[in-house]
Design a protein around this ligand. Sequence first.
Ligand code: PLP
Length: 399
Amino acid sequence: MMEVYLDNNATTKVDPIVYEEMKPFLTDVYGNPNSLHKFGAGTHKKMAEALDYLYEGINANDADDIIITANATESINTVLKGIWIDKILYGDKKHIITSEVEHPATTAACRFLESQGVAVTYLGVNEEGIVEAQSVKDAIKDETALVSIMWANNETGKIFPIAEIGAICKEAGVPFHTDGTQAIGKFKADVQACNVDYMSFSAHKFHGPKGVGGLYVRKGYQLTPLLHGGEQMGGLRAGTVDVASMIGMGFAMKLATSPMALAYEENHVKKLRDKLEAAILEMPETIVIGGTSNRTPNTTLISIRGVEGESMLWDLNQNTIGASTGSACASEDLEANPVMNAFGSDSELAHTGVRFSLSRFNTEEEIDYAIVEIKKAIIRLRNLSSSYAYTPASHASGL
Ligand code: PLP
């Protein structure tokens, strides 16, 4: 049976080129980069090269900082809690703006801050699943310490108007953090052009290793460390850095953000996503959540009436196809997808979302196989479903 991995928003395969770059630093080149002897120095050149790739990939300025963290979750927590300490505990700004559709790394950190007395505004999305820039403008107050809005949504792939939001924050003098985890490698995410002050990302979302991430910090912007200890990362994130992973992340960034790779996403990956999506939409009572405008090229979130998302995944897994009902961290608890809730989906539809997310490693042959199996699964599961009524539309298609 063919294996088809369509869950690349959860994590991606490490590119073999990235792995080759990492290998020596897992074995022979093992010195601590902070040591003064030759063993330590052996890692410096490659680490500096990797850092350059990170800067170039997001168009950061040389004078800015990129802090190496363990993942996007740590980066996001560092910004939110750092701002809380600087501007809220020891300042007079008590308000943060975010959205209802952020990843739990942001939402849970905001809930914690609320428990500490911070006022948090959660902006909704419009009917196309977009956080509108105007809603950010309307929500900014004198006490706003931070705006934190993701660049691209992990469930729908919707791309938010980060350039406009960045301009609004700049004009208002409010620091702006974006969760760029699903943006890197999908389109050009340029922090300077978009006036982004902080950006979080995770290597494993763009064919780098797991357990390493980054946080971009614009020069002159405050950052209170989450981890105190040694002087690594200029004292902004203590602890010996995972050298091999950091090098892997740099190379993964270089590969994922090259003009050729981005063109491949926009052409090849998008073409495969569109083919898959169009084939599923041939089935009656299926819709793309939020519609098809302004999306990352690799993602589609489809609601299939009468089909429980979890059952669909189980069925697809039997046929060695991996997809998702939502964010990997949230899908174990069987709660309705928060993004579907933000759309105000009725409770019946809220559990019917299935997310397919592709990558540059998917082939047309895989998509053709997936289409056949997905359609078979829809028919099978609808036949078993007590909630899927026989409608003229389903009758006409013979279901
Ligand atoms: N932000 C977004 C948009 C994500 O999709 C994810 C992972 O799914 C994260 C943050 C968290 O990434 P990590 O688990 O690598 O910390």
